[in-house]
Design a protein around this ligand. Structure first.
Ligand code: MEV
Length: 438
């Protein structure tokens, strides 16, 4: 049983590792080599990574892959994807190539507003508060001028500020609900700074206002924080083609495929158990690009899943129809992304990923990310309704097992052939490998 520790953050990296080894690895100092093999030999680069977070002991690698042949609004992209799950990049690439031959993807940013709230308690006359807000609204916004100046120069800033009475849901609960445009920045720091300023101004201005009694002046700010729910920061991605062109994805008859595809989507629209997995497949594509481009995939995940449940039941994000002989497949998803600030300048691979995409604006990146999600969904559904998902997965699973056993290239080629007709299990691969090695 390890002992509690105080002052851990003050330890050097080496001391932290020693402490972990002593307390959790029975003093086995070989563990140090397991951690240090992932340190960069470039000291500056390592220092950069050490300082991204607190208590860093090593780097945690994820593969960075590229899915080429993505035609989006008539421009060709090779999309960087950081993800640990096998088959995802292959599926995205396959889907990109398929739609490249059918005119490519279309994507449109529908809106780019982000929200944040000051949550507070007020135990007074609500009409007084509403009157005050009406007269003080501009001043509250102006108080933020030192924070918003640069953003306003870039065309963004505070779009709207509202007082919301939530007392019917929770005693004494009100909000200042603000809407922002943060241009190419994800904008979390900007939004939170404005919100904290609104909270301070609210307290000060009410405190100095003659209409309020001492009890009413005792406003309690509970918290000031942006919302990761961004239903008005919305992007649409779509593909379409004549039904008869829907062949080639392990498909013979376009109409049969379209019908089954739409059926699969309709199942995800009405059945939450399926919808979650369906949307997870979309997030395979979305998260991988969000991560590679240094954005906050937890924020994007939270916002998108909330959006998927916006009508009271968790449902499919994507939809499909056939009308007048045209197959259409589309999705609208909310996401707050940035292409400046945050990690975008700091992390060398994020810089690389953004350069690979032609240094997109935040809007363009929203389009690229949404398209990757849609492509991923198309690949997943196409496999599921035709050959099933396991065939592709098992190839990668086989490779992972072979790598675990440090198989040579010769052994890998042999095994790939062998397992074309056999079921891949850990035991079966181990046995087959053992046989050829003997
Ligand atoms: C696996 O990561 C994703 C899928 O389960 C998505 C789906 O079922 O649509 C294949």
């Amino acid at each position: 049983m390890a002992n509690p520790i105080s002052g851990f953050s003050k330890f050097t990296k080496s001391e932290k590792i020693d402490w972990i080894i002593t307390n959790y690895f029975l003093g086995d100092f070989r563990v140090r080599d397991r951690l240090s093999q992932y340190w960069s030999t470039d000291k500056e680069l390592q220092r950069l990574h050490d300082e991204f977070i607190e208590n860093t002991i090593t780097n945690f690698y994820l593969p960075l892959g590229v899915a080429p042949n993505f035609k989006i609004n008539d421009k060709l992209y090779a999309i960087p994807m950081a993800i640990e799950e096998s088959s995802v990049v292959a599926a995205a690439s396959k889907s990109a190539k398929y739609w490249l031959e059918r005119g490519g993807f279309k994507a449109t940013v529908l809106s780019t507003k982000k929200d944040g709230q000051v949550h507070f308690l007020y135990k007074g006359d609500r009409s007084k508060l509403k009157r005050f807000f009406k007269s003080a609204k501009e001043e509250l916004i102006n108080d933020c001028a030192p924070i918003t100046r640069n953003m306003v120069k870039r065309g963004g800033g505070i779009i709207q500020l509202e007082l919301i009475d939530k007392t019917s849901e929770l005693d004494d609960y009100y909000q200042l609900h603000a809407t922002f445009d943060t241009r190419d920045a994800m904008g979390a720091n900007f939004i939170n700074s404005c919100l904290e300023q609104f909270a301070k101004s609210l307290i000060n201005r009410i405190d100095n206002h003659k209409d309020f009694t001492d009890t009413e002046k005792d406003i309690q700010i509970i918290m000031s924080i942006l919302s990761n729910y961004v239903p008005e920061c919305l992007v649409r991605a779509e593909v379409s083609c004549p039904v008869e062109e829907l062949t080639g994805f392990d498909v013979v008859n376009g109409m049969d495929f379209a019908k089954k595809f739409i059926q699969a989507i309709q199942i995800a629209e009405v059945e939450p158990y399926r919808a979650v997995t369906h949307n997870k497949g979309i997030m395979n594509g979305i998260d991988a690009v969000v991560l590679a481009t240094g954005n906050d995939f937890r924020a994007v995940e939270a916002g998108i899943h909330a959006y998927a449940a916006r009508n009271g039941q968790y449902s499919s994000l994507s939809h499909a129809t056939v009308e007048d002989g045209i197959f259409r497949f589309w999705m609208e998803v909310p996401m707050a992304l940035g292409t400046i600030g945050g990690l975008t300048r700091l992390h060398p691979l994020v810089r690389f990923a953004l350069e690979l995409l032609g240094n997109p604006s935040a809007d363009k990146l929203m389009e690229i990310v949404a398209v990757t999600g849609l492509a991923q969904n198309f690949a997943a559904i196409s496999s599921l309704i035709t050959i099933g998902i396991q065939q592709g997965h098992m190839k990668m699973h086989l490779m992972n097992i072979l790598n675990e056993f440090k198989a040579t290239d010769y052994e890998k080629n042999y095994m790939v052939e062998h397992f074309k007709t056999q079921t891949v299990t850990h035991g079966a691969v181990a046995d087959a490998l053992d046989k050829i090695r003997r």
